[in-house]
Design a protein around this ligand. Structure first.
Ligand code: SF4
Ligand code: SF4
Length: 258
């Protein structure tokens, strides 16, 4: 992703924000050819969302295939897939209504207050998610047992446009929010803006002129668990090209890294 693609994503975002929420359709596109496995996205997400110790809304799996001397290794970043048919929502809401909701723009949101009151709904949601995208907030801090809790752990932060502190999220389950608070302020998600391999894209799929729509139309898209019928909103591209990339020369890096 070149600099002009970041500008384009922000222009796409501006256009989307001028439409009613129900007309927006947020999706993420991840190009596995470009992920360099540095995990800057993971750190950015943890900082943005003040994640509890030992947890992250994001992961970057390392994948290897073929053997020596043709070993190929690549990285698969991921987060909550904001499924259009979310198993977490079905499982949790069966036990306590309204704990998990699907917004008209596609984002799956948790109601922390309702989830705090229902351990069964929390467990059911975690078990039902085929992507293992849900984490517990058990209330601990990285700086527990030190002279003071560091301000970066006790600061306020925003999720789903709600002002929070860790005190409010203690005792619930959490996950990626597609950085809704940033989107509605005209900024792309923290993980997308931080990616140094420029492997991640975000935008409005209902806008045919958006960069994400162009990529989804142009590329073969794939999702590791699409067969489960969850209808994920995270699209992986560049997956089929892995075999070619593995045997390519350094000059072909220009294909992806403009
Ligand atoms: S990825 Fe998991 S947590 Fe996210 S919407 Fe789908 S089932 Fe729910
Ligand atoms: S979109 Fe935001 S909340 Fe979701 S993984 Fe990226 S940084 Fe984390």
């Amino acid at each position: 992703m070149a600099f002009n693609e970041i500008v384009k994503m922000h222009e796409d975002l501006d256009r989307a924000l001028r439409k009613p929420v129900s007309k927006r359709s947020w999706v993420m596109v991840i190009d596995v050819r470009k992920c360099v496995g540095d995990r800057a996205c993971v750190v950015a997400c943890m900082a943005e969302n003040v994640c509890p110790p030992g947890t992250s809304y994001r992961w970057v799996f390392e994948t290897e295939f073929r053997g020596y001397p043709n070993l190929d290794k690549f990285y698969m970043p991921g987060n909550c897939q904001h499924c259009d048919n979310p198993p977490c929502m079905k499982a949790a809401n069966k036990l306590k209504n309204g704990t998990i909701k699907k917004r008209p723009d596609g984002i799956v949101v948790f109601d922390y207050e309702k989830l705090k009151k229902s351990p069964d709904a929390r467990e059911a949601a975690k078990k039902a998610c085929p992507y293992y995208a849900i984490v517990d907030d058990n209330g601990g801090y990285y700086t527990d047992n030190t002279p003071i809790l560091e301000p970066y752990e006790t600061r306020t932060f925003y999720e789903d446009n709600e002002r929070l502190t860790r005190k409010k999220t203690k005792g619930t389950i959490r996950k990626c929010t597609f950085c809704l608070h940033r989107l509605e302020s005209g900024m792309i998600p923290a993980c997308v803006s931080t990616c140094i391999g420029r492997a991640m894209y975000f935008g409005d799929k209902s806008d045919p002129k958006s960069l994400v729509s162009e990529l989804i139309k142009k590329e073969d898209v794939w999702n590791p668990k699409a067969k489960l019928g969850t209808k994920p909103r995270v699209y992986y591209i560049g997956y089929k090209d892995r075999a070619n990339i593995a045997t390519s020369t350094s000059a072909t890096c220009q294909v992806c890294h403009q």
